[in-house]
Design a protein around this ligand. Structure first.
Ligand SMILES: [Zn+2]
Ligand SMILES: [Zn+2]
Length: 377
C-alpha cells in the first residue's frame, strides 16, 4: 500500500510503498483510510518532541496521523458476531478513528476504574484512553497517513450516515478534545465560556459546539484571519482581538451586559486555554469570575505560571483536559451531526503531505486534511 513515512526526526515525509499492516488481536480492525487530518501534535512528533516519552515512535519508518476516518476492510474473525461492548463492526462499516488508546492493558487502575470523568460517561471496564500502557495511533505506532491502518475496535466510532470522512476526520482529535474540554467546564445553559485561541483548529469547532450547547461564548484570538474566521462562524458570540482589547475591558463589556458592577462577579464562568502562550493563559484567568474554572488543553514544555492570588483569594480552579472517552466520542459525533458542526478545511492528496505541512507552518484557518480520494500528483 502507499503511505507517507518518516524515516527520521526533522526530515520530510517520504511517499512510498509499505507492507499492508496485519491484524494481531481480536480487537483489531483493518481500516481503508479515506481522510486523514493533520494536527499540531504531528509536528511535535515529527520533530522529536516526544523522544524519550511513551508517545515517541517505536518503529521506523513511522506513519503519523492520529485523527482519521475510513471504512472497515477486514475484521478479526472471533470478533465477528460475538457479544461486545463496542458496536458490531462489519466489513464496510464507516468509522472515525482517534489516536488513543490502541490495545490498552485492561488490568491497570485506569482500565479498571468505572468512575465517570466530570459526570461524563465512562467506557466499559477494561478500556481506558488514560491507560499508560496503551499505544497511540500515529504517535507510538503507525497511524492514518496511509491507504490502510490497523485500529482497535474499542477506540473507534461508527459515523453518522450523512457525515463524510473528510468532515469526520478532524473531529477525531480536534473535535473530541474541544468537546470534552467544554464538558469539563461543567456549565449550565446560559453560562459563559471563554475560548482562548478561538480561530484555530480546536477553537473554531469550539465556538460552534459551545453555541449549540446553549452557552454564551467569548472567543479570543490574536491574529486578524483567526478573528475573522471566528466572526464568520459565530452567530451570537463575542469575538475579541486580544491585541486590541484588554481582558479587563472584556470583563467590563460582560458586566454591562449583565447589569453587574461588582468585581469578581463580572466575567466568564469557565475559560478554555488552547494556545501555548503564557499571555493567553493570563488573559483567560483575567476573564474569569471568582469561583470560575480554567480548563487547560495546551501543554507548553515550560508549563504555565499561575497566580496564587487567583486560586486563593478568587478561588479559581485550574484543571486539564485530554481527549475524551469513547463514549464521549460517540456523543460528540451525534451532537456534531445533529447541529451541523463542521470543520473549515483545506484538502490535499496523500502524495502532497509535505505541501500540507508547509501550509500548516505558514498558519492557516481551520484544519488541513488528506483526502485519499484525490489523485496522486
Ligand atoms: Zn491531535
Ligand atoms: Zn491499562
Amino acid at each position: 500500500m502507499k503511505a507517507q513515512v518518516l524515516k527520521a526526526y526533522n526530515e520530510p515525509y517520504v511517499f512510498t510503498d509499505v507492507p499492508l499492516p496485519k491484524i494481531t488481536s481480536p480487537y483489531d480492525l483493518l481500516i481503508k483510510v479515506e481522510a486523514a487530518s493533520y494536527c499540531h501534535t504531528d509536528t511535535v512528533c515529527a520533530t522529536g518532541g516526544f523522544d524519550g516519552h511513551a508517545n515517541a515512535p517505536t518503529q521506523w519508518p513511522h506513519i503519523g496521523c492520529h485523527e482519521f476516518a475510513g471504512t472497515v476492510a477486514d475484521i478479526h474473525k472471533p470478533l465477528a458476531g460475538s457479544d461486545s461492548s463496542v458496536a458490531p463492526f462489519q466489513i464496510g462499516t464507516r468509522v472515525g478513528v482517534p489516536g488513543r488508546a490502541f490495545h490498552p492493558c485492561g488490568t491497570c487502575y485506569e482500565c479498571q476504574r468505572e468512575t465517570p470523568d466530570y459526570g461524563q460517561p465512562s467506557d466499559s471496564k477494561g478500556y481506558s484512553v488514560y491507560c499508560p500502557k496503551a499505544k497511540n495511533l500515529g504517535l507510538s505506532i503507525p497511524g492514518g497517513f496511509a491507504e490502510y491502518a490497523v485500529v482497535d475496535a474499542r477506540q473507534v466510532a461508527p459515523l453518522p450516515a450523512e457525515m463524510s470522512a473528510v468532515d469526520a476526520a478532524p473531529l477525531m482529535c480536534a473535535g473530541l478534545t474541544i468537546y470534552a474540554a467544554l464538558k469539563n467546564c461543567q456549565l449550565q445553559r446560559g453560562d459563559r465560556v471563554a475560548i482562548l485561541g478561538c480561530g484555530g483548529g480546536l477553537g473554531h469547532l469550539g465556538i460552534q459546539f459551545a453555541e449549540k450547547m446553549g452557552l454564551k461564548v467569548v472567543g479570543i484570538d490574536t491574529s486578524g484571519p483567526a478573528v475573522a474566521l471566528s466572526q464568520r462562524l459565530a452567530t451570537n458570540s463575542l469575538i475579541v482581538n486580544a491585541t486590541k482589547t484588554t481582558a479587563d475591558d472584556v470583563v467590563q463589556i460582560m458586566g454591562n451586559e449583565d447589569g453587574i458592577v461588582e468585581q469578581g462577579r463580572m466575567g466568564v464562568d469557565a475559560a478554555i486555554i488552547l494556545p501555548e502562550s503564557q499571555a493567553a493563559f493570563d488573559y483567560g484567568m483575567r476573564l474569569l469570575k471568582n469561583w470560575g474554572t480554567c480548563v487547560v488543553v495546551s501543554f507548553p514544555t515550560s508549563g504555565f505560571v499561575f497566580s496564587t492570588q487567583d486560586i486563593v483569594f478568587r478561588h479559581i480552579s485550574i484543571t486539564g483536559s485530554l481527549v475524551g472517552s469513547n463514549a464521549i466520542l460517540r456523543e460528540m459525533l451525534a451532537f456534531a451531526d445533529e447541529h451541523g458542526v463542521k470543520c473549515v478545511s483545506q484538502l490535499f492528496a496523500l502524495s502532497n503531505l509535505n505541501d500540507l505541512v508547509t501550509r500548516h507552518h505558514q498558519g492557516v484557518e481551520g484544519k488541513l486534511i488528506i483526502d485519499l480520494s484525490l489523485a496522486t500528483s
